[in-house]
Each structure stands twice: as C-alpha cells, then as structure tokens.
Design a protein around this ligand. Structure first.
Ligand SMILES: O=C(O)C(=O)C[C@]1(C(=O)O)C=C[C@@H](O)C=C1
Length: 364
C-alpha cells in the first residue's frame, strides 16, 4: 500500500469518527431526556427506574439482527453495551457489588452484563454480595450460580434461602484458566499451586498430568491466588486473564481447563422486577412434602404444558433434617398466562413456592 493510499484512508477514518462522535453524543443527550421524562411522570412517592434490563436486551438484540459485518455480532453488541452503559451512567450511575477481589471472573461477568460505566464494589464472600444488595448499599449484585464442569455453586443457592432477592438477569462466561507466575518465580522449583477450589477441580486432569506432585492449595478466589504468587518464588496460580493482567503475572501455560467448553453462569440480583421481553427465563424455589413421588408431582405440570426446564437443583432446606428444596429454572415469564397457570397448580401441591424472578435470556 502506498503512503498516499494510507493517508487517504486515515482522512476517511477521521471523518467517520467525527460522525460517530456526534451520533454517540446525540444518543447520550437522548438518554438524558429519557431520564427527565422518567422523573417527570412519577406518581407521588414513586422512585424513578432508570435501569431497564428488558429494554437493554431489546437494544442489543436489534443491533445483532441488523449487523451486516465485517465486525461479528458479539463484537458489535459489546460496543453498544458500552455505549448504553455510559448513557445509563448519565441518568444514574449504577452501583454493583460482585464476588471479589478485583480480577475475579465474577467481575468480568459484571462488566459483560452492565458494561464498564458502573461503580463496582468487590465483596469478600457471596453472602456479603447478598447482604450489600439487601441493605440498599448497591443497586445490584453479581454472583456465580453454576459451572458447566463442576455444577452448582451451593453458597449462592443457600443465600437465596436466606435473603429475599429478585433475579433480574443472567450472563454466561467462557472460563479459560491459565497457569501464572510472577517475575521472581523459579519455574523449575514450583512446589505450590494456588487457586479457588472450583478452578483446581476444573483443571484436575491437567494438573495430574503436568504437576502430579505439587501441592494444590485452595484459596478464597483466583484473584487472591494471583496476588499471593506475585510475592513468592516457588509458587504458581491458576486464574483468568483479568487477574493475570491486574497482578502483572506471566503465562506459564494457557487454557489449562480440562473441558474446552468450560463456562460459568452468573446471576444479577436486586430488588427490581423485570417486565416480559418474549424471550425470558424464570427461576423458582419449591419445597415439597417429603413423600414418594413428590418430585414427579412437581415436574408434571411443566411437562404437560410443554415448558422447557433449563435446570433443576436440589439443596437441603435448612429447616428440617432430610427435607429438601428444589431450585428450578425454565423458559418463560411468570406473568405469561401459561406460566401463571403452571405456577398456580404447583402452588396447590407444594409446601412453599417462591418466584426468584423472571429475566431476559442472556443476549451476550
Ligand atoms: O430506554 C430507556 O429507558 C433508557 O433509559 C435508555 C437506555 C439506553 O441507553 O438505551 C439506558 C438505560 C436503560 O437501562 C435502557 C436503555
């Protein structure tokens, strides 16, 4: 390519950037107007609701449907995710608590869902995220709920039994683990590998093959593992990209998870009910009396009405020995007439039924 051609293309890019800049600013001004309208039309004592997950899902879907490339749909939606995040911050900066410390996959999930223009607060434990939301110190919380290799995150499920929370969104994240070391690490003298217990489990076979005699030490998070390794010469950490760059670690081995499709699902929790979008999921907790056929009885209404169950998990109820509660996710919104009828028939048979929330299926 000649210098002349390159120069001409850059002139074109500059002119396009000017237009994009103007359009983004127009959009941001529109969001400010939206905020004004939302505030002006309130009834006495009503609080404005600035964050609208159902609208955000619709905006992102529309972008993906209309995209003609060359950028991929996910990439384009990611860019619009950030524009919308900044527009919302003009209306009201959202406060979001997540399972920290900084650099965890949960932080990455929070950014994927809300974008980067939020005030984010790392919490030391899942229960603290729930408590922070319940206390009104933040608008939303982000917690992991299930991993495709290791199954349910029981701390999260148990916290739902103790707190009244509304689930208002979900996000799925592909989880890639790397073996990381600090600049002072003697890579042939590694005697310890730190990581969260779930991550050690997700890399079990790789560790058996490559570091069979090295001690595996479970710590509170992958980011904590990365932090420890920074100051030691004989240890390594298993953690993700965010933790690696946050603590300036180098990759000794990449993508060491045993299953290439390793993914974790996260939930957004808050106090806000989300209206139907036509492509929603609902999460409920049900307790049944401890008698033969109880689970069958619970599942029949779903089957008879052709409702797609996406997950079912059992946990001890914590209110009696050998009694259980079922966490069930299914496709549909609790305001849909069919779902309403199904929930009503379950309510007749169940000891307890709690709708944790209906929310748009993950778009990104
Ligand atoms: O449509 C709205 O209600 C808005 O507030 C605008 C907007 C946007 O930027 O598109 C911003 C925040 C909401 O969460 C949803 C959408």
């Amino acid at each position: 390519m000649s210098e002349h051609e390159l120069k001409a293309l850059r002139v074109r890019i500059d002119s396009l950037d000017e237009k994009i800049l103007e359009l983004i600013s127009d959009r941001a001004r529109c969001a400010q107007e939206v905020a004004r309208v939302k505030t002006a039309t309130l009834a006495e004592g009503e609080q404005p609701v600035f964050y609208r997950p159902e609208r955000e899902a619709a905006v992102l879907k529309r972008v993906m449907e209309r995209n003609r490339g060359p950028l991929g749909n996910e990439e384009m939606a990611r860019l619009f995710r950030e524009i919308m995040s900044s527009c919302l911050a003009l209306e009201e900066p959202l406060k979001v608590a997540y399972l920290g410390p900084e650099g965890t996959f949960t932080q990455a999930a929070a950014m994927k869902h809300f974008g980067h223009a939020v005030i984010s607060r790392p919490m030391a434990a899942i229960d603290e995220v729930f408590r922070e939301v319940a206390a009104g110190a933040v608008n939303f919380g982000v917690v992991p709920v299930e991993n495709s290799t290791e199954g349910a995150v029981s701390h999260t499920l148990d916290s739902f039994l103790e707190h009244d929370m509304v689930i208002c969104g979900e996000v799925e994240l592909r989880i890639h683990h790397h073996l990381l070391v600090g600049e002072n690490t003697k890579t042939d003298s590694i005697t310890r590998i730190y990581s969260h217990a779930q991550s050690l489990a997700q890399c079990r076979k790789w560790l058996d093959a490559h570091y069979p005699n090295v001690e595996r030490i479970a710590v509170s998070s992958n980011a904590e593992a990365a932090k420890r390794v920074k100051g030691e010469w004989n240890s390594a950490a298993i953690a993700g990209e965010m933790a690696a760059s946050l603590y300036g670690l180098t990759h000794l081995a990449e993508k060491i998870e045993d299953r290439p499709d390793n993914a974790t699902r996260f939930l957004m929790i808050g106090n806000q009910e989300v209206p139907p979008t036509g492509d929603d999921k609902t999460s409920i907790i049900v307790s049944m009396s401890n008698k033969p056929g109880a689970l069958h009885e619970l599942l029949v209404p779903f089957h008879e009405n052709g409702i797609d169950l996406t997950r079912i998990e059992t946990r001890p109820s914590r209110s009696g020995k050998w009694t259980y509660v079922f966490f069930i996710d299914f496709v549909g919104h609790h305001r849909d007439p069919l779902i309403k009828a199904v929930l009503e028939s379950i309510r007749q048979e169940a000891v307890g039924l709690k709708v944790l929330g209906s929310y748009p299926k993950a778009v990104l």
